[in-house]
Each structure stands twice: as structure tokens, then as C-alpha cells.
Design a protein around this ligand. Structure first.
Ligand code: FES
Ligand code: MG
Length: 565
């Protein structure tokens, strides 16, 4: 049976499908639509505007522009709400709800009548959730991001969320900045609409969505408040209508080659470690796995070319006006699979054409003069992380790359909070601090707690970095020698569950290894005593504990993966 378009698409079937359609048209007419409007193909618009999402503050005007684009191209735009997630407002953390947003978005795309969908996202978890949803729903989808905030000018410096937030907070903890000053800074850190203004997770995911072909290359970086952002929104609407006439399933853009391109971009950006988990989840929905050994090969052959905070100097607006994704990809040309198509079937090579008209080398370096000759991320394996762990070497202190030391273990977030600033804490600058019990299956939901604070008493002595390890994540805007995503996690009974304070642990970035230097017999005895923490009984938390995969698989819900995964 030929699939019907527009409002007639996938009507409920209680025996008399014509009646269901008649009812649907009748109810749609109650909203004032004409017969002609309702005869058009429908572009759904996933509306993630929310009073609890500052990063999506511009969603209403973006949606208005998308609607204009859809109408001009001959479609009928119909927006609908979905779950919206904004980093600072979710407890225990936004990651705990990424899959809920993906589940909701997929269900609403699949269940409602739409021939294509424009996904309005931006904040860290929203773009991953929307692309995961689109891949599974199978409806042609265009990604539109809200765009990055613009940096503020403040007493001779520029500020934007959220690397500067952390920088100032660290100075406050160290006693270098007083109460009054930190309050002043609080009001100066984020002063326009849009996502965090550095190369954090939101920006990294926007760049990834662009290279994958779900939006134009410049769509990744146009500032949230720039007029071009609205023109991109209008074009997203037109693009969605084109897709109705020439459908492309989202999974067609998620191939082993396009995912490799995305990894190259992530590395060249010095992008967020979180993007690795999200990309694994998005790729996983298309049946594509990310192999950590391949990641290391890519990392060793991909230079970091973008000089933005958290590791460098610039802000997202600098990246944009320096030439943005087109300039970056042109520089990486020979490393990319140039035949990967975008939504219009235009190949990456064709999208790049003869390169950008202008490049500012302050922020986008040439291959001969990279920020770093190798990529920002490395995967580590060893007896402490049999299934892998991630280190953002570009944000780490090289002097700590080869460390063997005794460790100080915190068993969960409460233990960490209770003891980290205790003046009596037995900790030396050379120790390794380990947080366990905060992975994807934990009640903490894999928060961005991997960036353990330097204990106050050491911070006051001027200690700026220590080796830190955990099964959770770190904000894309953070920095330090921080080993993340240790798999299997402690709650799943990984070796991390067995680590105790005083054990020796060895990190070798050169060997890509992470080992727990404790003998087998001791570990076996500890394992015999170990019991997993009690599982939540009801609701979303219970589902998470039962179904979520480990970080290398994207921490997705197992039952949402394609068959055979
Ligand atoms: Fe939304 Fe940073 S809090 S992008
Ligand atoms: Mg973030």
C-alpha cells in the first residue's frame, strides 16, 4: 500500500480508517486550516522551547522562520512540543534524561502525521537525542540548532559560558576571587541567547550534525542572535519540503564512513569527550559501532586545528567568523571520506567546493601549523578499564601523562561532596583521585562529575591539576588530566568497583593503558564481598538501570537499538 502523505499519513485504524481521517481533518479544521492547507505535505517541527531552557530561548522565532521556509516551499508546517533538556536544570543530571528525550521525540515523530521533520535543538543532550530519535523513526529529518551565544565584554576581558564559569569558580575556591566579585561575574558569564559559547558539547555536536549532512556547514556556528541564524532556519524549512519530494532516511547519512568523518571533526576541533558517547549512541541507532582502537588510529593521524576554549583561546563566534566548518573541513580534506552525501545528496567534497573565501588563522590553523599534531582524545584500555576509558589529552597536563601513584577513592557523589574539602583529607598533589559509582547505570545518571574538584587545601597551595578518574563524564567546557567513561562502570561490577583507597594505579598515555596494580587474589576476595547497589523500583530510573548500555556503546537503551545489536 502506498504511504499517504500529509495529514493522511499513518491515521489510526480502528476498523474504519476513512472515519479516522475524516475526524482528523475535522479537528484540524477547528484550528482554522483551509482544505488547501491541509492537502499539503506536512513538515513537523520539534519545538524544544522551554522556560527551563535558556539555550533554546530563541526557539519561538526560529520556528517562525522554519514555518516561513516550509510555506514558501509548498508544505504545511506543524510544530509540536517534545521533552527539552538544559544542562543546569536537571537532577540528577541531563544525561539521565537524554534517552527519555530520544524516546519521546521518536515516538512523536512516528505517531503523528508528518512527512519530514525539522528538529530544533542546541543544548548538549538535545541534538544527540533528536538525531537518535530521527534515525530510529526513519522520517526524513533536518537538524536546526539554536546556535552559540555571543561572548560578553567584561572589564577588559571576554566571557562566555562555561569555561570562564569554571575558571572563575576555581579561582574563588582557591581564595583568589572574593564573594562580591564572583557575584558580579555570575551576571556577566552568559549574556545572550544560545548555547555555551565555547567548543563544549553543544558546539561539538552542532559541528558533527553539520559534517554528517543534517544541516548546512555554516549552520554549526552562526551565532544564536545573528540574522543569518533565522535565514538558516528558513532554509531548514525549505530543505524539509525538498526531502518530502526526495526522501532520505536519516540512517542513510549514518554510515561507517560518515561516522569516521564525524570522529575526525571531533578530534580536529579538540571537541568534547561527551560527543564520543553521543556519537556512539547516534551511530548505534544505525547499527554502526565505534571502535576505540580505530579511534586511537584516527586520533594519531588527525591534528587539532581549532583554537577555542576550553583548551585554547577563542569562542564559537571566533570560529564562525574565522571560516567555520568549511574552513576546517577544507584543511582536513585528504583525511575525510568526501563521497558522503548530505540530505540533498550533495557529497562532502562538493559541499566544500574550492574551500572558504576567507580563513582567520588565529582560530583555524593550517595543517603545517596545528594547535597539536595529534587529536585531542585517546582511548585507554587495561585492567582498570577492560572495555575502555577516554582521556582528553588536549585538555590534560603532559607532565601527568605517565603517572603511577596511590589512589584516593570516593564511592559516589555524596562521599565526594562529604570529604573533598575536609581539611583532614589524606591527599597529596601526586595522588590519583578516583570517583566510582557514577556511571550510566548509577542513580547519578553519568553526570559531569568526572572533573573532581582539586581539594580545597591543595587548591590553596596552588595545585591546578591532578590525575582524576571515574566512570562518569566531564563537561565539554572543562579541562584537566581527567580519565572518563571507565567501562564497565562500577555499578555494573567492573574492576572499578573493586578499587580501594591506597591501591596503586598506573596511567600511561603513551601505551594507552590504565591499570589497577592489585594482585588477582586480593581482587577476587573483594569481588566475593561486592554487591551491586540496590536498583530503583519504579519509573524511568528503574528502566535506566535495567536497559542502559555502557559508555562505549553510547549509554543508550538496549531495547531501542536495531535488531542484532
Ligand atoms: Fe546549554 Fe551549555 S548549558 S549548551
Ligand atoms: Mg556542557
Amino acid at each position: 500500500m502506498e504511504e499517504k502523505k500529509g495529514l493522511a499519513r499513518n491515521a489510526a485504524n480502528y476498523g474504519d480508517r476513512e472515519f479516522a481521517l475524516y475526524l482528523r481533518r475535522s479537528f484540524a479544521k477547528s484550528m482554522g486550516y483551509s482544505r488547501e492547507a491541509l492537502a499539503r505535505p506536512v513538515v513537523g517541527i520539534a519545538d524544544t522551547g522551554s522556560d527551563l531552557n535558556n539555550c533554546h530561548r530563541t526557539a519561538p522565532e526560529l520556528i517562525e522562520a522554519v514555518k516561513r521556509g516550509v510555506l514558501m516551499a509548498g508544505g504545511l508546517p506543524l510544530s509540536f512540543p517534545t521533552v527539552s533538556l538544559c544542562e543546569p536544570y536537571l537532577n540528577p543530571c541531563s544525561m539521565h534524561y537524554r534517552n527519555l528525550m530520544a524516546l519521546d521525540t521518536e515516538a512523536m515523530i512516528s505517531a503523528q502525521p508528518m512527512d519530514a521533520v525539522v528538529l530544533v535543538g542546541g543544548c548538549d543532550k538535545t541534538v544527540p537525542a533528536q538525531l537518535m530519535a530521527a534515525a530510529s523513526a526513519g522520517v526524513p529529518a533536518v537538524q536546526l540548532v539554536t546556535g552559540p551565544m555571543s561572548a560578553n565584554r567584561f572589564q577588559g576581558e571576554r566571557l562566555a559560558a562555561c569555561t570562564d564559569c569554571r575558571r572563575y569558580w576555581a579561582r574563588y575556591r582557591a581564595g583568589e576571587v572574593d564573594e562580591a566579585r564572583i557575584e558580579e561575574v555570575e551576571a556577566a558569564l552568559a549574556t545572550t541567547a544560545g548555547t555555551c559559547g565555547v567548543m563544549g558539547t553543544a558546539s561539538t555536536m552542532a559541528c558533527i550534525a553539520a559534517v554528517l549532512g543534517f544541516m548546512p556547514l555554516e549552520g554549526a556556528s552562526v551565532p544564536a542572535v545573528h540574522a543569518d541564524r533565522l535565514r538558516i532556519a528558513e532554509e531548514a524549512g525549505a530543505q524539509a519540503v525538498r526531502l518530502i519530494h526526495k526522501p532520505v532516511k536519516p540512517t542513510e547519512l549514518l554510515t561507517p564512513q560518515s561516522i569516521e568523518n564525524a570522529l575526525r571533526v571531533l578530534l580536529a576541533l579538540g571537541g568534547s569527550t561527551n560527543a564520543l558517547v553521543h556519537l556512539a549512541a547516534i551511530a548505534g541507532r544505525a547499527g554502526v559501532a565505534i571502535d576505540y582502537h580505530r579511534l586511537n588510529e584516527l586520533s594519531d593521524t588527525t591534528p587539532v586545528l581549532v583554537d577555542l576554549k576550553p583548551t585554547g583561546e577563542g569562542y564559537m563566534e571566533d570560529f564562525h567568523f574565522a571560516g567555520g566548518m568549511k574552513a576546517l573541513l577544507h584543511e582536513l580534506r585528504d583525511l575525510l571520506h568526501l563521497d558522503c552525501p548530505d540530505l540533498d545528496g550533495v557529497t562532502l567534497g562538493e559541499r566544500l567546493g574550492s574551500g572558504p573565501a576567507y580563513v582567520d588563522r588565529t582560530y583555524i590553523k593550517a595543517r603545517e601549523n596545528p594547535v597539536s599534531p595529534v587529536g585531542g582524545l585517546v582511548a585507554l584500555h587495561g585492567s582498570l578499564a577492560p572495555e575502555g576509558a577516554i582521556l582528553k589529552r588536549s585538555a590534560a597536563t603532559p607532565a601527568l601523562f605517565e603517572t603511577e601513584a596511590r589512589c584516593l577513592v570516593f564511592d559516589g557523589l555524596e562521599d565526594l561532596a562529604a570529604r573533598i574539602d575536609d581539611p583532614a583529607l589524606d591527599v597529596e598533589p601526586g595522588d590519583i583521585m578516583i570517583l566510582k559509582g557514577a556511571g550510566p547505570l548509577s542513580s547519578a545518571g553519568m553526570p559531569e562529575a568526572g572533573y573532581l574538584p582539586i581539594p580545597k587545601k591543595l587548591a590553596r597551595q596552588g595545585v591546578k591539576d591532578m590525575v582524576r578518574m571515574s566512570d562518569c563524564r566531564m563537561s565539554g567546557t572543562a579541562f584537566g588530566t581527567v580519565v572518563l567513561h571507565i567501562a564497565p562502570e562500577a555499578v555494573a561490577g567492573g574492576p572499578l568497583a573493586l578499587v580501594e583507597t591506597g591501591d596503586r594505579v598506573r596511567l600511561s598515555v603513551e601505551k594507552r593503558s590504565l591499570d589497577l596494580l592489585v594482585d588477582e587474589a586480593t581482587l577476587a576476595a573483594r569481588r566475593a564481598r561486592w554487591t551491586p547497589p540496590e536498583a530503583p523500583r519504579r519509573g524511568w530510573d528503574a528502566l535506566v538501570r535495567r536497559e542502559v548500555t555502557q559508555a562505549p556503546q553510547g549509554a543508550d537503551l538496549r531495547f531501542l537499538l536495531p535488531e542484532g545489536q
